[in-house]
Write a protein that binds this ligand. Structure first.
Ligand code: PGA
Length: 250
C-alpha cells in the first residue's frame, strides 16, 4: 500500500489571529490534489480561528505542542482535549526548538506522544541530530535514541496513529537542506528502527516526513525519495504562494 504524502506547515511563533486567518483562507482556496494530506499548525492563539476557516475543507489542523494531562495545574500548557476542541487532529511533538531551546527531554516528549494518542490526536514526533552530532558520526545513534525513548511503551493499533518527522537540526531555518541522499539514508534508517518496534504492516506504513529548509525548489527532489513521505515546512509555509507550490509537489 502506498503511503499518503503529508505536507505540514509549522508556523512556529508567527502570525497574529488576523494574519493566520488570511493565510489559512489563501491555502484552503487552492486546489489540493486528492492523493495527499495537508496540515497547518498555527500558534495556539490562532487555532480556533484557523479551525473555523478550515471547517469543511480537507486541510487538517495541527498544534505545535501538547501536554500529557487532560486538565489541571499546568500553567502555560495546553491539553489534548483543548486541542480537539479547537479542531486539531494532529500535533507536533519534540520539535528541535522544544528540545534545544526549552530543554524538553526524550522522557517528556514520550509523555506528550502518549497523551496525544490517548486523546486520539496524531503526534508528529520530530527527531534529528545537531551538526556536532552529525560531524561526530552519531546521527544514527541519536535518531535511534530519540525514536526508542520518544516511543517508549507506545502501542499502536494502526500506522495512522503516528507520524515521524526527521529534521536535522542544522537544516532548520538555515537555508541548508540535507541532500536528497542524506534525507533518504536517514529515513531508511528510521524505517528500520520502526520495523524493530512495530509489526511490519504498521512500521512500513508510518509516514516519515523530512523537515529543514524545505522550499518550492527542493521539494520535488526530496519527495521523489523512497522513504520521504512528506514535508514539515517552517519558513516556506508562511507564504501562501510558496506553501501551495510545496503542496503541489510533482
Ligand atoms: P524551516 O523549519 O522549514 O524553516 O527550516 C522547519 C520547522 O520549523 O520544522
Amino acid at each position: 500500500m502506498e503511503r499518503r504524502p503529508l505536507l505540514a506547515g509549522n508556523w512556529t511563533m508567527h502570525t497574529t489571529i488576523a494574519e493566520a486567518e488570511a493565510l489559512a483562507v489563501a491555502i484552503a482556496q487552492t486546489a489540493i490534489p486528492a492523493d495527499r494530506d495537508v496540515m497547518l499548525a498555527p500558534p495556539f492563539t490562532a487555532l480556533a480561528a484557523v479551525g473555523k476557516v478550515l471547517a469543511g475543507s480537507p486541510v487538517l489542523l495541527g498544534a505545535q505542542n501538547v501536554c500529557w494531562e487532560p486538565k489541571g495545574a499546568f500553567t502555560g500548557e495546553i491539553s489534548p482535549p483543548m486541542l480537539r476542541d479547537a479542531g486539531c487532529t494532529l500535533v507536533i511533538v519534540g520539535h528541535s526548538e522544544r528540545r534545544h531551546i526549552f530543554a524538553e527531554t526524550d522522557a517528556m516528549i514520550n509523555q506528550r506522544v502518549a497523551g496525544a494518542i490517548r486523546h486520539e490526536l496524531v503526534p508528529l514526533l520530530c527527531i534529528g541530530e545537531t551538526l556536532a552530532e552529525r560531524e561526530a558520526g552519531l546521527t544514527f545513534q541519536v535518531l535511534e535514541r530519540q525514536l526508542r525513548e520518544g516511543l517508549k511503551d507506545i502501542v499502536l493499533s494502526g500506522a495512522g496513529q503516528l507520524v515521524v518527522a526527521y529534521e536535522p537540526v542544522w537544516a532548520i531555518g538555515t537555508g541548508r537542506t540535507a541532500t536528497v541522499d542524506q534525507a533518504q539514508e536517514a529515513h531508511r534508517f528510521v524505517r528500520g528502527v520502526l520495523l524493530t518496534m512495530y509489526e511490519k504492516n504498521i512500521a512500513t506504513q508510518i509516514r516519515i516526513l523530512y523537515g529543514g529548509s524545505v522550499n518550492p525548489d527542493n521539494v520535488d527532489a526530496l519527495m521523489a525519495q523512497d522513504d520521504v513521505d512528506g514535508a514539515l515546512v517552517g519558513g516556506a509555509a508562511l507564504k501562501a504562494e510558496s506553501f501551495c507550490r510545496i503542496i503541489n509537489f510533482k
